[in-house]
Design a protein around this ligand. Sequence first.
Ligand code: ADP
Ligand code: MG
Length: 409
Amino acid sequence: MRFTEPAGWVEVTALNDAEALFTSLTGRGAEGVWSSAGRANLIGEHTDYNEGFVLPFAIQHRTYAAAGMHADLAIRVASTFSPDPVEVALAELETLFAGAPGAAVADGTVPEWAAYPLGVAWAALAASGRSAADVPGVDIAIASDVPVGAGLSSSAAIEGAVAAALNDLWQLGLSPLDMAKVGRRAENEAVGAPTGIMDQVSSILGRADAATFLDCRTLETRSVDLGLEREGLILLAIDTKVEHAHASGGYRDRRAACERGAAALGVPSLRDLTEADLDRARDILDDVTFRRVRHIVTENQRVLDTVDALASGGPRAIGDLLVASHASMRDDFEISVPELDTAVDAALAAGAIGARMTGGGFGGSAVALVEADAVDAVADAAARAFAARGYAAPHAFTVVPSEGVRRDA
Ligand code: ADP
Ligand code: MG
């Protein structure tokens, strides 16, 4: 097949790299290796901060943490990205991270990447009610084949892997959902990135050939069978290579519009509206705010419909929902870009069952649901359509719904 893996992907198992890094740093073998997955979103975009529904899945690319305990009361972390270990006394974790979000990163006390694993250690202790004085020191070596910053959530993968390692070594008794909350807290408070919990839930709770339904209000989760293998279907990601130039401003603006809409309609969040409320919304709201609201309300319904359609009709039954989701993001939420529209249109014209942009928008990737024997045709069609418009070549790669957190060794 001619489609390729994400840029930076190397066919050396990251598991071995993590073990080798651990040994080179400590001179001994790791006590175990734990890993968690990257993720992609099947449907449900910008619904998370509106307390709505999302349907992401863990992918085959993973981050591994090789770990072992030692007698010093310190935690040492290293990554193949940054092999010089960063060491912090266990007793200092609280002082480092309990202040303003991201303060230890902003003032240079902790390198940004190390705030992910160290923040997980801090949040995991807090979540389990244990104190730093109760647990032994630990070394953690990290390696990954999740491309960073490609919209596949390398951050949730490192958080999940480290949370799982510490949960076992420190016997913290955290559930998978607890570990997801720990990851989110590390990212929000230790790193200082104000993100939701979808990434961690999908990274940790994923199952092979399944997606994870998440109700972002109640945090109810449910594994939803996709049936791709049975049906001979593949999910193909098409990375447009467009950088998210307006991503942070656009995100803030869309979030503000959603809050404005909810306030004007007198509900705590847009989650509390259904399609039956849209006529009233149209009367009350200005056109732009109305369309932002309509995206969220219809997208929530599409997530629920996708779950139902998968159960009753299998994966071939969700194509129209994916297409409608893309149209809603393009026309109502206005977060697509011409390259994403081109990728989606080309995929559909080449026979994809469904396709939509995925992620926050303003660039990034589209995802297409295709027959296994049509993967090359769809990837080629996208490449041709990009070339015809003078866009830089897109990068197509399969995303395989895979298991979430696990112990590997
Ligand atoms: P993504 O979309 O990939 O999650 P983020 O900006 O949320 O992008 O997270 C990426 C950051 O997570 C990296 O810049 C780095 O700080 C950290 N990170 C992810 N994977 C690793 C790794 N294997 N080793 C060290 N740091 C990592
Ligand atoms: Mg991330």
